[in-house]
Design a protein around this ligand. Structure first.
Ligand SMILES: *Cc1c(COP(=O)(O)O)cnc(C)c1O
Length: 393
């Protein structure tokens, strides 16, 4: 594969491995294990694994490897390891880097399960965590110390879509040799330049845009060959978070159309955000590419386009938000994002329900807030659906 190909070409051809049949569509190698011609060949493979050699699907599998090579090529990473879910990826990245006594600095606005790993699991094993407001560089500067082993952040936060200055935070972290781990779901592999901006380890929930059609769970961790095939692979292969070959095949097919889908979704999201800004029923519209967004400049410098998700805050709190949700005809009420279908979520009563009230306030998760993940439907229809539902409020 040529390194000069554009990402969109790599999404179609990157990592392809063909069997002796020369199949067009990637094969699903639905096998747990692999046969060795001789006892000597088995012994040799356990001593050293050559290219295109596999031992056991928990360690690696040809279909899974195709997905890993394809996403690594797209992201501009040396290597990648696929996992059973996004959370297996986040957990593996943190667990394979950290040990008791280490210090971690993390932005506070995190996906709930990521917060659980940091606050509950890692803390139990003697890792000290300092949480900061991700958008406030002074807080990062004050929190990072000589013994900080890692910083963890979401490039764009959920559901309030705060953008962190990845380049600046990477410089702060690298000054003390801390590893920068980025949960990059909202930026998407299409608009991400996380490695160029200083990230050492990039994590995706492939469940979101990469599948993009709501079928499978999956995750992936990207980084240097030394990290991925060293501590990360060792941790993952022994703790059982491997991706199923079937799911890897779904994700490979998802990557083929990722650029087309995500660009169309991002264009619609921007159009809808622009059309809704200033609407009389709305307190605010949150979308990083709106001029009114507090980190608009950083978003423009960091991303070519900003994602497929916007959030709106309805005047009239939860009652208004529920009326709006119930009046929608195209957008479905669910909690995934990045899907081909437009999905609306009320974070305060679902994804972020368990957060204490003061944390919700701190994170801007107000009772009227609705997250809209924009799908691939016709944007005129979506806008009409949303405006119609606002009228019903
Ligand atoms: C969905 C999501 C995860 C978890 O991914 P799963 O595939 O559901 O395990 C982690 N981080 C972010 C930002 C997410 O959106």
């Amino acid at each position: 594969m040529s390194k000069d190909w554009n990402a969109r070409t790599k999404m179609v051809h990157g990592g392809s491995r063909r069997s002796q049949y020369g199949e067009v569509s990637e094969s699903i190698f639905m096998t747990q294990g692999f046969v060795y011609e001789t006892a000597e060949a088995a012994e040799a493979r356990f001593v050293e694994l050559g290219d295109d050699e596999f031992i056991y699907a928990r360690y690696g599998n040809p279909t899974v490897r195709m997905f890993e090579d394809r996403i690594a090529a797209i992201e501009g990473a040396e290597d990648a390891f696929a996992t059973a879910s996004g959370m297996a990826a986040v957990n593996g990245a943190l667990m394979s880097i950290l040990k008791a006594g280490d210090h971690v600095v993390s932005s506070r606005a995190l996906f709930g399960s990521c917060l659980y790993i940091l606050e509950e699991v890692l803390a139990r094993f003697g890792v000290e965590i300092t949480f900061v407001d991700g958008a406030d560089l002074d807080q990062w500067r004050k929190a990072v110390r000589a013994d900080t082993a890692a910083v963890f952040l979401e490039t764009v936060s959920n559901p309030t879509l705060e953008v962190v200055d990845l380049k600046a935070i990477s410089e702060i972290a690298h000054a003390v040799e801390a590893t920068v781990i980025v949960d990059n779901v909202f930026a998407t592999p299409v608009f991400s330049r996380a490695i160029e901006f200083g990230a050492d380890v990039v994590v995706y929930s492939a469940t979101k845009h990469i599948d993009g059609q709501g079928r499978c769970l999956g995750g992936v961790v990207l980084g240097t060959k030394e990290f991925i095939r060293g501590p990360f692979e060792t941790y993952l292969k022994h703790t059982g978070g491997a991706m199923s070959p079937f799911n890897a095949w779904v994700m490979l097919k998802g990557l083929e159309t990722l650029d087309l889908r995500v660009r169309a979704q991002a264009e619609s999201a921007e159009k809808i955000a622009n059309a809704l800004e200033g609407h009389e029923k709305l307190e605010r519209v949150l979308f990083p590419f709106l001029k009114s967004h507090p980190q608009n400049e950083i978003a423009k410098a960091q991303f070519e386009k900003c994602g497929t998700v916007l959030s709106i805050d309805l005047k009239g709190g939860q009652e208004a938000a529920f009326k709006f949700l119930n009046a929608l005809e195209i957008c479905i009420i669910s909690n995934n994002l990045g899907d081909a279908k437009s999905i609306v979520t009320h974070p305060a009563t679902t994804t972020h329900q368990r957060l204490p009230e003061d944390q919700k306030t701190l994170l801007g998760i107000s009772p009227g807030l609705v997250r809209i993940s924009v799908g691939i439907e016709c944007s005129d229809d979506l806008l009409q659906d949303i405006l119609g539902a606002l009228d019903a409020v």
